[in-house]
Design a protein around this ligand. Structure first.
Ligand code: ADP
Length: 755
């Protein structure tokens, strides 16, 4: 069986190590030899020690690291046929005909070219006597699967964001939050330069996540000829309205409508000269690339790396090279050649000053989201509201979750832009029943995006009767209700079907991620990052200690999402969830496996993650006692119950951006329902990676009311992979979970047709 090799190329991106780890481990799991190629194409051309067979252990403790541990380089030689000829020989000598390339569009273009000329390279090498006839025949097909490692999220393809984007956004948001707090103290204006030569995604998303005042991106320049005056008018208005700080974001490749570059320092100078603001410019530079990988990038890199191996295993001679991406928790495949040319088309549109074309070429989602940003980050509502305008109310129900405040701000702004009035019901449904409503004003305070918790007071209680709620609806002449919350909120909205005569929409927000109708709830990305931080801390602390097992308990009620996702992204050894179930026999087997690895000197530290209700009888105390007793001669045990720490402190960029998208889409839909007198009770959510709105009555059909969980979970596909990557071997994965994964891998939409 031919070996599988992985390499990272072009600009480095956090999450690349997760790809390397997943490719190596899954290849070994399937009985293949796994190689890494150091320094990208340079290592492939140079051969020798630059192409190295990796063992399981070689990929230990790399998942959290930023950058790429196997290096990346730009290689001029590979651009020439002579360089590719050397690379071909080096691969054939090692019987490598399966490659996973993790890089940007340049690297993937090179990969495609290499695949297309592979047979002619073989023939040339054979004629020159550098490889034998047998070698040529054995290696006749080169299979290449690509994955996009790029912090810029600049690839136009079927997958969602690219590997590295989320970490970069985390760094950017941390920096902007920090700069904003000092700028606010001194009433300054801050101008920040964000990476992105051809693609404004990072600046756009950072703008959404921090409520920036003005954003310059290459694909959508200011529409005014004199953008300097437009910028200054806007900032002036903001200051007069009482803002203590102004934030301007400039993408590296920003241009005006005539194609002239807009440079950070020039923007700063314009503000100083015309407005006399105390203005500081900060170029974030390589800070954006660095540091430990975010939970999502680890998840993305791991899932995609694993799916690349699965794709290679299923590739047949003649299949075109493809790129693997992820939508929700499912792999999606794009033709490599097509994705590269679609990506290059954006740059071409921008170069020709066809900005409509550029935004369109980025995809429908990008266009919609740029529109949302413009709607909610205006200096004042587009349409003035008066007492005759439609009124809506927003309330939060359930435990606080990061992103609730961003969702409230976006809902209020979107509705006010449409000329509507929005009230906030303080204290959830109780507040609504008692008529504790506050008319919301345009929220100019940028810190709302960055605030954890819930600024309008959330409450778990749901009404027993809706009489008082209906009285409030009549009193305020409400036309629709936005509910932000978790499973209780879903139950309440479902009850309202028969007793509340206005439309209602639920925006899922709970760190448990247990709302049927959405594979993702606001707050859970922040929570996963918080748990992954705890796992990292344990691993680091364990490094200096004797053999030890950490048992970390997460919140999540009966839903294992938080435990499994954090365990998956954190590289935990064992994860216990209610969905899989725990038996005493399984725990004893796990302990035996740990002991074997310690005795064989393979590993000394183990992380076990359990979700709080994974088994009501085998609780944390029981598990601790069992592990301690059974492992007493071999390892010590430490337990960490994270409890409310799971909520995290500040909302992650993912939660802030997702909150804005959920809220704007929900608001658009609910206003439409109110206009057309459609009294639907709805839930907005992410289904297979895309925004979807469905009736709550349909969503609850998928609810396990006793356990308060969905009955179908797309994220469960991580379960078999977690076990494979934690070296359970084939036997450790229960057949039902293995078949879930097989179905996922086979669910190819045939986008990678034959050449
Ligand atoms: P990125 O992959 O991040 O876009 P580059 O564009 O610098 O980064 O590409 C990385 C490497 O991929 C280059 O140094 C080169 O070795 C290889 N490469 C890029 N474009 C081509 C091409 N058209 N033909 C062959 N190799 C290429």
């Amino acid at each position: 069986m031919s070996a599988i090799a992985v390499f990272t190329s072009g600009g480095d991106a956090p999450g690349m190590n997760a790809v390397v780890r997943a490719v190596v481990r899954l290849a070994i799991h399937h009985g293949r030899e796994a190689f890494v190629i150091y320094e990208g194409y340079q290592g492939m051309v140079d051969g020798g020690d630059m192409i190295k067979q990796f063992t399981w252990k070689d990929t230990s403790l790399i998942i959290h690291q930023g950058g790429t541990v196997i290096g990346s380089a730009r290689c001029m030689e590979f651009r020439e046929r002579s360089g590719r000829l050397k690379a071909c020989k080096n691969l054939v000598d090692r019987n490598i005909t399966n490659l996973v390339c993790c890089g940007g569009d340049g690297s993937l273009t090179g990969a495609n070219m290499f695949k297309l000329e592979w047979s002619s390279l073989l023939e040339e090498l054979n004629q020159a006597g550098d490889i034998t006839e047998e070698q040529m025949k054995a290696c006749w097909f080169l299979n290449i699967v690509g994955c996009v490692g790029s912090i810029d999220n600049d690839m136009v393809y079927k997958g969602g964001v690219t590997i590295g984007t989320d970490t970069a956004l985390n760094r950017i948001i941390d920096a902007i939050d920090a700069v904003q707090s000092t700028a606010s103290s001194h009433q300054r204006t801050c101008v920040l330069e964000i990476m992105g030569r051809n693609c404004g995604y990072l600046a756009w998303a950072a703008g959404v996540a921090t409520g920036a005042d003005f954003i310059f991106i290459p694909e959508s320049p200011p529409k005014e000829d004199d953008w300097e005056s437009a910028l200054c008018d806007h900032l002036n208005f903001r200051r007069r309205a009482g803002a203590r700080l102004c934030t301007v974001l400039v993408a590296e490749g920003a241009i005006d409508k005539f194609g002239n570059a807009i440079k950070t320092d020039y923007v700063r100078q314009v503000i100083v000269d015309r407005l006399k603001h105390d203005t500081r410019a900060t170029i974030l530079g390589h800070v954006q690339r660095g540091g430990h990988a975010s939970a999502y990038d680890r998840l993305l890199g791991t899932m995609i790396g694993a799916m690349c191996v699965e794709k290679l295993r299923r590739t047949e001679p003649g299949d075109a090279a493809c790129i693997v991406g992820l939508r929700g928790f499912r792999p999606v495949y794009s033709k490599l050649e097509e994705a590269v040319s679609d990506t290059q088309a954006v740059a071409e549109f921008t170069k020709n000053l066809d900005f409509k074309g550029a935004i369109g070429a980025r995809g429908k989602g990008f266009k919609k989201h740029v529109g949302f940003l413009k709607a909610i980050n205006r200096d004042k509502p587009k349409v003035s509201t008066d007492h005759n305008s439609k009124a809506f109310v927003i309330l939060c129900c359930g435990a606080p979750a990061s992103g609730m405040n961003a969702a409230i701000r976006a809902t209020v702004h979107y509705c006010m832009n449409e000329g509507c009035v929005v009230y906030a019901a303080h204290g959830g449904f109780s507040g609504l029943a008692q008529g504790h409503l506050e008319k919301m004003e345009w929220i100019r305070d940028q810190s709302w995006q960055a605030l954890g918790g819930c600024s309008i007071q959330t409450d778990r209680k749901i009404p027993v009767s809706y009489e008082q709620v209906n009285e409030t609806i009549q009193k305020y002449n409400l036309r629709g209700i936005f509910v932000v919350g978790g499973f209780d909120a879903l139950v309440a909205v479902n009850h309202m079907e028969n007793c509340v005569a206005i439309p209602v929409i639920l925006i899922p927000a709970t760190i448990s991620n247990n709302v049927p109708g959405s594979e993702y709830s606001l707050g859970c990305d922040t929570a996963v990052n918080a748990v992954v931080d705890a796992i990292d801390t344990c691993k680091i602390s364990a490094d200096s200690a004797a053999s030890r097992v950490f048992i970390i308990e997460t919140q999540g009620n009966f839903c294992g999402y938080l435990a499994l996702t954090a365990g998956f992204a954190g590289g935990a050894d064992i994860v216990y969830t209610d969905e899989e179930g725990i038996t005493l026999e399984q725990m004893l087997l796990d302990i035996a496996r740990i002991k074997c690895q310690i005795v064989a000197d393979q590993k000394r530290h183990f992380v076990v993650v359990r979700n709080e209700n994974c088994n009501l009888r085998y609780d944390m105390n029981f598990m601790k006692t069992l592990y301690e007793e059974e492992g007493k001669d071999c390892f010590s045990v430490r337990v960490i119950q994270l409890g409310h720490l799971c909520q995290g402190m500040y909302p992650s960029p993912f939660d802030r951006v997702r909150a804005t998208n959920f809220a704007c889409t929900a608001a658009k839909h609910l206003i439409n329902c109110a206009d057309n007198k459609v009294n639907d009770k709805l839930v907005i959510g992410q289904v297979a990676g895309r925004l979807a709105i469905q009736k709550v009555s349909d969503a609850v059909k998928d609810a396990n009311m006793n356990k308060r969980t969905p009955m179908t979970n797309s994220w469960i596909s991580m379960l078999p992979l977690q076990k494979m990557l934690a070296k359970y071997g084939h036997q450790g994965v229960a057949p039902e979970f293995q078949s879930i994964m097989d179905a996922m891998c086979d669910d190819d939409d045939s986008s990678c047709s034959k050449l």
